[in-house]
Design a protein around this ligand. Structure first.
Ligand code: NAD
Length: 350
């Protein structure tokens, strides 16, 4: 079975990806800086599993990355590590440029030098997969969808930093021949998502019976994909994608934010009715819009479907029901994030 160096594997999507890959017998070396978004609780099920090596460290630390590559000789690098929250990028863009741009560049340079030293089938088979977002394409009007050839037009510091990293990844293919792959995915939801993001935030507020903040008029449209489907798409691209190509990944599930919020309220009302008989929808509170808030994103995922045979397995309603049930069943995971205790645990450097 292969060995993969996964970065950002203590985060939301990376954590789901690592859990899935290790369960299928892949050896994963998991490099994560454990910023506020990194959570070792997510990986608790892998304690004692020799196929998971966790290393706390920064993708921008060249000597550490070089040592891990020399020691573990991975067949692929999958780069999830990033600052990922748009609101935080508005308050402080510097960290986004540091990790998403400067850090990705360091990782690319280490990958290039490592790949150059490989021989034969190992060299031919090596892949660098960069996980990116549909936000690099900017905002859509009422119609149309992003394809792989849509011009980049990022509007937030987050999406600008991801766009820059995508360009560096592309340049490392064209300039040095590094066998790179890029995936641009729509909004993910599912287990282990940090409760600053829309869906887990709404679940937490709604469960507590607190006001549910909704930006602007709530009519911004996003495409939603269940996180395990995103992970399956990444594995498919890793296995079958053509080096140098990018693949858009989406859920065929465009929803206005308000519809997402109402869906969560309905699911929670069915499962845990509020004691006073109120519907949770009454908790919705409109707040001032996010600056530069993109109106609509939509993904045309035809290329990955036609070339690689990947399609989402879960529709929005089923995925949302599974997600709400997961948060209800894993209240302790959420509680430890909300009270900060998830950060108290750190493990030694690998
Ligand atoms: P996340 O914020 O939950 O996780 C990011 C992880 O990266 C954390 O564990 C953090 O500790 C780690 N990290 C941050 N800086 C690091 C550094 N310098 N070195 C090593 N590790 C570092 O993010 P996520 O939602 O899981 O997103 C993962 C990737 O997928 C990101 O690149 C993001 O741009 C992309 N993406 C996310 C979505 C989404 O809906 N969440 C959609 C499309 C693409």
């Amino acid at each position: 079975m292969p060995t993969w160096l996964v970065t950002g594997g203590a985060g939301f999507i990376g954590g789901n990806f690592v859990l899935g890959a290790v369960s299928r017998g892949v050896k994963v070396v998991n490099l994560d800086a454990l910023t506020y978004a990194g959570n070792l609780d997510t990986l608790r099920g892998l304690d004692g599993n020799a196929d998971h090596v966790f290393v706390q460290g920064d993708i921008g630390d060249r000597s550490l990355v070089e040592r891990l590559l020399a020691e573990h000789r991975p067949d692929a690098i999958v780069n999830f590590a990033a600052e990922s929250h748009v609101d935080r990028s508005i308050d402080g863009p510097g960290a986004f440029v540091q990790t998403n741009v400067v850090g990705t560049l360091a990782l690319l340079e280490c990958a290039r030098d490592y790949w150059k030293g490989l021989e034969g089938a190992r060299r031919d088979g090596f892949r660098f997969l960069h996980v990116s977002t549909d936000e690099v394409y900017g905002s859509l009007g009422d119609s149309g969808r992003f394809t792989e050839t849509t011009p980049y037009a990022p509007n937030s510091p987050y999406s600008a930093s991801k766009a820059a990293s995508d360009h560096l990844v592309r340049a490392f293919h064209h300039t040095y021949g590094l066998p790179v792959l890029t995936t641009n995915c729509s909004n993910n939801y599912g287990p282990y998502q940090f409760p600053e993001k829309l869906i887990p935030l709404v679940i937490a507020k709604a469960l507590a019976g607190e006001p549910i903040p909704v930006y602007g008029d709530g009519l911004n449209v996003r495409d939603w994909l269940f996180v395990e489907d995103h992970c399956a798409a990444i594995e498919r691209v890793l296995e079958k994608g053509r080096p140098g190509e990018t693949y858009n990944v989406g859920g065929n599930a465009e929803r206005e934010n308000l519809v997402v919020v109402r869906t969560i309220c309905r699911l929670l009302d069915e499962r845990r009715p509020l004691g006073d008989g109120r519907s949770r929808e009454s908790l919705v509170t409109f707040v001032a819009d996010r600056p530069g808030h993109d109106r609509r994103y939509a993904i045309d995922a035809g290329k990955i479907r036609d070339e690689l045979g990947w399609e989402p397995s879960l529709g929005f309603d089923e995925g949302m029901a599974r997600t709400v049930d997961w948060y209800l069943d894993n209240a302790d995971w959420v509680k430890r994030v909300l009270d900060g205790s998830y950060r108290l645990e750190r493990i030694g450097q690998g």
